[in-house]
Design a binder for this molecule. Sequence first.
Ligand code: NOJ
Length: 448
Amino acid sequence: MFDKDFIFGVATASFQIEGSLDADGRCKSIWDTFTENKKNILDGSDASKCSDSYLRYKEDVKLIKELGVDAYRFSIAWPRVIDENNKPNKKGIRYYVNLCKELIKKNIKPIVTLYHWDLPQWLEDKGGFLNDEISNYFEYYVDVITKALDGLVTDYITINEPQCIIYTSHVACVFAPGTKYSDKEILKAVHNLLLCHGKAVKVIRRNVKNSTVGIAPCSRPIIPFDKNNKLLEQKCYEKYFECKKEGEYANLVSIYSDPIFLGDYPKSYYEDFKDILPNITKEDLELIHQPLDYLYQNFYSGTYYNFDEAGNLKQEPFYPGFPEGNIDWLQVVPEALYYGPKFLYQRYKTPIIISENGFCDNDFVSLDGKVHDPGRVDYLKRYLMEFERVSKEIEVKGYFVWSLFDNFEWNSGLRKRFGLVYVDYRTGDRIKKDSFKEYKNIIKKRGV
Ligand code: NOJ
């Protein structure tokens, strides 16, 4: 069982659920542009309707209430609340005020993500994260929205998955805007992103009484294949926090979390990139390194490592037929919720909240009219059991399932389903899956 004050929650993000992309003066985001090219999206779909939450938020809140969670994590669409002239858009802001009021009325704590990837297109046109002014624009937006939500929201997450904002969008180029960056540009964009975070934290602390603040990176923990080998565990820890030029450094942990939680980039960063470093001042590092209440983290899967015969660390392949969800990166590795939090806590000494964890499956309506998702039920239990195990060893404060309902899964479009609630995209109808009932039970028992 988890502690009494442990937060059980469920999460979503603006672009993935809201639809109504032209409503009330919302301006275009980079994802609107990206989805215009159907080839960018697995099923050629777009987010013009998806779960229709801009119009159906009251219904959403009823579902959330029925689920019995303590908190709802959602994100604000920057292009809804700030217009193309960089002025507040009252109508867009009103939507979030109404949503928060509705949640509070039902005793559900709103947890707000300020940036979940829907950058206004007009800011991308000015250079996006390569523009040194981007953190000033972000600071302004955060100032506007925190003031507007004053008295309603105390808990903020500055940025969701910096790894996807930089790596997936500008190295792999499969997320919006999909433009390739050189190593030098990546480092500059990472630094600008960290400055966005730092400035946002300052604004939140200034504007919000009793605030709690965190950031929500993602990671794929390195899991020791042999649980009893302490040396292997130590090597896995080191690999998890690696930052090397020849590695996928922008998709890993330390390039973001070291400056934020430890006050500086890793030593290897300065060595490996010495010729292409961005301009990093002492003031920048101080701004980025401000006390945070929580280290949020999105965890879905992990990778096993073992020693080879020569004693070197090597990846242990998944055996054929290894349990997995129906998206290529989602192998079922429940120990991710043990070693991930453990390693993060060991390094950053900040209480951990799992801001996302969930399962993608090919859910459909059965003959009995219900949606049975045994894979997701099993996944949630296995992962929560591991999280419960680590909760005896480190400080953990909460857990959020991704996601409340099926939604627009970025470059996989509407084809991939993560919800506890099924959405029929033709009608907008919602059907609670078996996992909804199971999670509700878990919450009631405060554990698996
Ligand atoms: C992480 C992202 O934050 C979320 O937007 C996405 O839908 C889930 N992972 C599943 O891929």
